[in-house]
Design a protein around this ligand. Structure first.
Ligand code: SAM
Length: 240
């Protein structure tokens, strides 16, 4: 049965402030103390980040462009965005994630070690907030690997809200509900590891597209990242 009500979100917040924080900080980091599965997920996720940066920089410069990174985690995307001169608003439901992202951003952006580029990075503005509570207007809104915590029934509202914050672009990634991945997930449910503490929701691409359409947006570009244990569909949407 699909959970209803606010309970899910509390579980997710609690998880990403405790064991989930430790687990994902390692996966998203650079240290060697990861197992094979975690290393594979790190690789897959970094490809998704790379693809997003490619989409966002291929047709124009990010200098001075406002970007909302909703569910920013440890800042894997916020930091490269800032390096390109974007004005980044980073938020996450987990206070632990936000403070880690802020710490890493300060280390990487205020160190003065330029990558040979003339762009002066602006430190992202960090806030602890669930994405339903975000407001304001941004040129671009990005939400990576967060939909996995939303059942499709709630994903529609979440997508509509994110779209309402974006002026030009909305970029979303999600774990696709394909036959093969369904099976993998089922195997995962039969043998839950100690670190598997929250439910994972997969989404059909058609359902995500329909939610975007309902919000008055259309798909402009699509991408897909797939390593052994990491699967993500990437969608760039623009106003219809
Ligand atoms: N977007 C980051 C990235 O790709 O590096 C982090 C992805 S991580 C798998 C999922 C993140 O979503 C966690 O940091 C979690 O705290 C956050 N999250 C989950 N539900 C959320 C919600 N309702 N509002 C804001 N953040 C949420």
């Amino acid at each position: 049965a699909e959970e209803v009500g606010g309970g899910d979100k509390e579980v997710v917040r609690e998880y990403f402030n405790s064991t989930g924080f430790q687990r994902w900080k390692k996966i998203y980091g650079e240290t060697d103390d990861v197992n094979k599965v975690q290393l594979d997920i790190r690789l897959g996720h970094s490809k998704t980040v790379e693809n997003v940066m490619k989409i966002l920089t291929e047709d124009r410069s990010l200098e001075g462009v406002t970007v909302c990174d909703a569910g920013c985690g440890t800042g894997c995307l916020s930091i490269p965005l800032a390096k390109q001169g974007a004005i980044v608003y980073s938020s996450d439901i987990s206070a632990a994630m936000v403070s880690e992202a802020e710490k890493q951003a300060k280390e990487e952006l205020l160190g003065g070690s330029s990558d040979g580029s003339s762009v002066v990075p602006v430190l992202p503005k960090f806030t602890v907030s669930d994405l339903e509570s975000l407001d304001g207007k941004y040129d671009t809104v990005v939400c990576l690997d967060v939909l996995i915590h939303y059942p499709q029934s709630k994903a529609d509202g979440m997508i509509a809200h994110l779209a309402s914050l974006a002026e030009k672009r909305l970029i979303l990634s999600f774990a696709p509900k394909t036959y093969y991945y369904d099976i993998l997930k089922r195997i995962g449910e039969l043998f839950p590891g100690p670190s598997k503490a929250t439910r994972a929701y997969l989404h059909r691409e058609a359902d995500i597209e329909r939610a975007l359409q309902k919000a008055g947006w259309k798909v402009n570009k699509k991408g897909f990242t797939n390593t052994q244990f990491y699967f993500a569909n990437l969608i760039e949407a623009v106003p219809a």
